[in-house]
Structures are given as structure tokens and as C-alpha cells.
Design a protein around this ligand. Structure first.
Ligand SMILES: Cc1cc2nc3c(=O)[nH]c(=O)nc-3n(C[C@H](O)[C@H](O)[C@H](O)COP(=O)(O)OP(=O)(O)OC[C@H]3O[C@@H](n4cnc5c(N)ncnc54)[C@H](O)[C@@H]3O)c2cc1C
Length: 500
């Protein structure tokens, strides 16, 4: 049987840019000089590592099935000035730098570069530096985790929170890097909204820039903060950030079950367009396969009916929540839902929401011995039923078990494709067809996980040559030596429109 790592090397996503650029980077001798300089400047305990196991672990992710390479050295800075030192050494010897933080990204974002890369581990720069309650903002280092920030606000009794909620363990630097979102995006939008008021970044030339001050809004020139959102560590290394915070509101959870996805999505559209729409914090779709997996995984006391299901979070005062839930109940009933469950207590709400939270874990538990390929596409909301229907048909033809969760209020859809080691190629091809289907429906190859290695081949189709050239022009201007995270995000220059 072909091993998973061997099969990963054969997948359709080949990194053509690497072979083109290899000669441009440090020779093995120059790489050794760079490593020696880094070890000399960062000589404290644990500040650098060249342990081969660690280099491999930091250069790959068990959640990504794209080709990868080990790093040459891991360096752990503790200040902006440390980052400047590292960038200057990297530039002197032309060694690629890959920023690494929570390591929860899913598309090979932090994989190592084949000629030898510096893994810049930002996770130790995790301090919350200021909480400005009166201004509802917070200044932190980029390694701070979103969950720790919210926990700190809660334990200090501050009725504010940071609403972007990607994977557990994700950090602010990585969240800016991928342009993340999560379940709260229905109400609060994504990283591309105004949640990052400014960033401090070290550019490839070693200069430090701060994109803006702390004012809530500013019309002073380009929005250079946004340049770093979704840049995946290719334009600068973020070393400090000011986050905007939102008021913490009482929340209730409800669940409704439907005969099919189409009616569930119609109900979502009507709810969001009602006067109660703004009180909806999250609307998550779990399809019948996912509900089945939750039952099978044994994480619930009583099994649920195996039906397409919506989970809601409703926010506001008790009166707001009560009238919003009445409206939701009436709308879901009109759209064919026979089950509507409203969590009366906080404990019940937690129990109900756990099912959404443990979706991935339940899927793996329900199909023992499988790996999971987490996909991420987004389409206009009205196209979601077609996308879900066609994808499930396709995966069933390919004999690949699957479960679905969707941030349905945004048209964002994740199929969890469960496959055995010998089915990696089939899984990869199914992901490819899913992405093409989403783009054909006027959607995107990634709603929130970002491009990394895995999605860069689709950008030309999705965005067009002019937009890609604009992205590359910015990259060349900021990073002429292509030192920051090469081989990610930007489509390869010689990528044909359709390789098949
Ligand atoms: C179980 C699970 C659930 C998930 N759910 C969601 C979800 O709902 N929504 C969502 O959007 N994502 C989700 N994700 C994906 C992931 O959590 C996000 O992509 C997250 O934003 C990555 O943050 P990180 O700190 O882990 O970044 P990393 O993985 O460490 O890095 C991500 C990118 O940012 C760059 N980077 C890191 N730090 C810096 C820095 N200081 N300066 C410049 N560049 C930097 C890296 O080079 C890399 O390109 C999920 C992942 C998992 C495993």
C-alpha cells in the first residue's frame, strides 16, 4: 500500500514556483552561515532549535495534505527588535522566512521551503499589552490567542469580547495572516471588517511600520492595515496589533430541523432579512450525515433525528431574545421544520452548542480509521443548496464518507471528507471538483481558511489575471527578494488555467 506521505508527494498540487526560484536563495554554505549568525544572536535557552524532529513538525501540519519540507532552523523572538534582527540576517543570506504561530491553518500555510527556511515562531510573543475599556480596544502581541483574550476580559469582569472565532488555539497574527472568520461572522463579519485597528509589522527590508493610530476610524490614505490581512506572512511580520472589541451580550441557543438543505437555507434568508436579523449571532448548518455522526460518536445523551439541522445563537436583552425566537420559530415552521428546540438555561445552551463545536471530532469518531480533509468554499447564500446537493452526490459517487457543516448565514460551507490512506488521491480530486463547482456558482475557493499552498492554483480562475498581477506587483515592491513565505498564496507564474 502507498503510504500517506508518499501519496501526498504525488498529489496534483505541485509547487512549480520552488524549482524556478531555488537558485535565487542561499546555497547550503550560506544557509549554514545564516544559522550560525542566528544562533549567535539568539543564544538564550530555547531561542533557536535545529532538532530535526522539531524542524519537520513545525514545517508540516497533520491537517494538511499538501507537499511540504522541513525548516532549517526555528527561531523564537520576543520583541519587534528581535524580528528585525532575524529579517536582516535572512536578507543578508537570502534565506526564506516562514512565520508560524498557532499552527491551526489548514492549507499548508506554514510549510517549510525546500532550500531551507527560517521558521519564525511568533507564539511566544503572546502578551496583552493594554486594555482600553473606555475605547473598547486592546493592544496585544501577535502570538496572543483569541480564546485567551476573551478569557482575560471575562476574568477581569470587562463586558467586552473579540468576536472572530476560528480554530481553537489560533492566534491574532495567524488570524490576520489568513483573514479568518468563524461562526460569529453572520453578525460581526470577518477579519476583513474593522476588527484590527492597526498593525505593527517588520517589512522584508527590516523597516518597522505601524499602519495607523488607535482612532476608531481614519481616512488618512490607503488602508495599509488591510494589506496584511490575508497576506499569509508574505508582506511583513506582524509584531503588535490593536483590536477593536464588541460589547458582550446575553445569548441563547436554538435548534431547528428540516427535511432538506434547500428549505433550511430559505428559512435562513428570511430570518436574516427580518427585523430580528441583527440579533442573530450565528446560524450553523449541520447536515443529516453530521447529525448521524454526532449520534454515532456517542457524545449526546439522546440521539437526534437524522435531518438537516440549523443551530442558532440569538443575542440581546431577554425581551429581544424572546421576540426574536418567536419570529424564528414561526419562520422555520413555515419552511417545513417540525422540530424547534430552544435552550431555556445556559447549561442547555452549552449542551446544544457542543454538538456544533465537536463536529470534526464526531465525524472522525463515527468513521474510525479515517483521516479528514476539511474543505472550505463559499458561494452566494442562494446557491448553497445546489452546492451542498451536488457535492454530496459527487462524494457518494466517489464512495467517500462525508459530513457537512456550514456557516450558512454567509454561504460558507465545509465538507469533511473522510478517507482511508489509500483514498488520498480520490479525496484530493473530490476537493478539486468541489472548488470548481463553487467558483462556477460565482463563489470562492476559500471562505475563511485562506490560500496557503492548497488553493493557489484556483486564484487565477477566480480573480482573473489583472487582480493576480496587482497582487504580485505589491509583493515584488514590498519583498523584491521573495523572502517571506515563498511558494504560498500567489499562483505560480507558469500555472495554466486548467491543468487537467
Ligand atoms: C478545528 C479547526 C477549526 C477551524 N475553524 C475555523 C473557522 O471557523 N474559521 C476560520 O477562519 N478558520 C478556521 N480554522 C483555521 C485556522 O484556525 C485559521 O486559519 C487561523 O486564522 C490560523 O491562525 P494560527 O494562529 O493558527 O496561524 P498559523 O497557522 O500559525 O499561520 C497562518 C498564516 O499566518 C502567517 N502568520 C502567522 N503569524 C504571523 C505573524 N505574526 N505575522 C505575519 N504572518 C503570520 C503564517 O505564516 C501563515 O501563513 C480552523 C482550524 C481548525 C484546526
Amino acid at each position: 500500500m502507498v503510504g500517506l506521505s508518499e501519496a501526498m508527494g504525488r498529489l496534483r498540487t505541485k509547487d512549480k514556483s520552488e524549482s524556478i526560484q531555488e537558485s535565487h536563495y542561499a546555497s547550503p554554505e550560506e544557509l549554514n552561515l545564516a544559522i550560525r549568525d542566528l544562533q549567535r544572536v539568539f543564544s538564550g535557552p530555547n531561542q533557536t532549535t535545529t532538532d530535526p524532529d522539531a524542524l519537520r513538525t513545525y514545517g508540516s501540519s497533520e491537517n494538511s495534505y499538501h507537499p511540504t519540507a522541513a525548516h532549517a532552523i526555528i527561531v523564537r523572538p520576543s520583541s519587534t527588535e528581535d524580528v528585525v534582527h532575524i529579517v536582516n540576517i535572512a536578507r543578508k543570506y537570502r534565506v526564506p522566512i516562514v512565520a508560524y504561530s498557532g499552527a491551526t491553518s489548514l492549507e499548508g500555510h506554514f510549510s517549510g521551503y525546500s532550500t531551507g527556511s527560517i521558521c519564525l515562531d511568533m507564539s511566544g510573543m503572546d502578551k496583552i499589552l493594554q486594555i482600553n475599556v473606555a475605547d473598547s480596544d486592546l493592544v496585544c502581541q501577535p502570538g496572543a490567542r483569541w480564546e485567551d483574550i476573551n478569557q482575560k476580559l471575562k476574568s477581569d469582569g470587562i463586558p467586552l469580547f473579540f468576536p472572530l472565532d476560528p480554530g481553537p488555539g489560533a492566534t491574532i497574527g495567524g488570524m490576520i495572516g489568513t483573514g479568518c472568520s468563524g461562526t460569529n461572522a453572520v453578525r460581526y463579519g470577518t477579519a476583513r471588517a474593522e476588527w484590527f485597528l492597526n498593525v505593527t509589522a517588520v517589512l522584508p527590508n527590516g523597516h518597522i511600520v505601524k499602519t495607523r493610530r488607535r482612532a476608531r476610524k481614519s481616512a488618512a490614505g490607503f488602508d495599509t492595515t488591510k494589506l496584511f490581512i490575508g497576506a499569509e506572512g508574505t508582506l511583513g511580520i506582524i509584531t503588535e496589533v490593536t483590536l477593536r472589541l464588541a460589547p458582550f451580550l446575553p445569548t441563547k441557543v436554538a435548534m431547528a430541523q428540516f427535511p432538506n438543505v434547500e428549505v433550511a437555507v430559505s428559512a435562513v434568508q428570511e430570518i436574516l432579512n427580518s427585523p430580528h436579523g441583527p440579533h442573530i449571532q450565528c446560524i450553523e448548518l449541520l447536515d443529516n450525515n453530521m447529525m448521524d455522526a454526532i449520534n454515532k460518536a456517542g457524545l449526546v445523551e439522546r440521539p437526534y433525528p437524522v435531518l438537516d439541522t440549523l443551530f442558532f445563537k440569538i443575542q440581546g436583552s431577554a425581551e429581544c431574545i424572546s421576540s426574536a425566537s418567536k419570529t424564528i420559530q414561526a419562520i422555520v415552521k413555515k419552511h417545513g421544520s417540525k422540530t424547534f428546540k430552544f435552550a431555556a438555561t445556559e447549561e442547555e445552551a452549552d449542551d446544544l452548542w457542543q454538538n456544533r463545536k465537536y463536529a470534526l471530532m464526531s465525524s472522525l469518531a463515527a468513521y474510525p480509521g479515517t483521516r479528514c480533509w476539511t474543505t472550505d468554499v463559499c458561494v452566494p447564500v442562494s446557491k448553497l443548496p445546489q452546492l451542498v446537493y451536488e457535492t454530496k452526490e459527487d462524494l457518494s459517487r466517489a464512495k467517500l464518507p462525508n459530513t457537512t457543516v456550514g456557516h450558512v448565514g454567509d454561504g460558507n460551507f465545509h465538507a469533511f471528507i473522510l478517507f482511508r490512506e489509500n483514498q488520498l488521491e480520490e479525496a484530493s480530486e473530490a476537493v478539486h471538483r468541489l472548488v470548481q463547482r463553487a467558483i462556477n456558482l460565482d463563489g470562492t475557493c476559500t471562505g475563511e481558511h485562506g490560500v496557503g499552498v492548497g488553493k493557489k492554483e484556483y486564484l487565477l480562475d477566480e480573480l482573473g489575471e489583472g487582480t493576480i498581477e496587482l497582487m504580485k506587483t505589491i509583493k515584488r515592491a514590498v519583498d523584491p527578494l521573495n523572502l517571506l513565505n515563498p511558494g504560498k498564496l500567489y499562483p505560480d507564474s507558469n500555472a495554466s488555467k486548467d491543468e487537467d
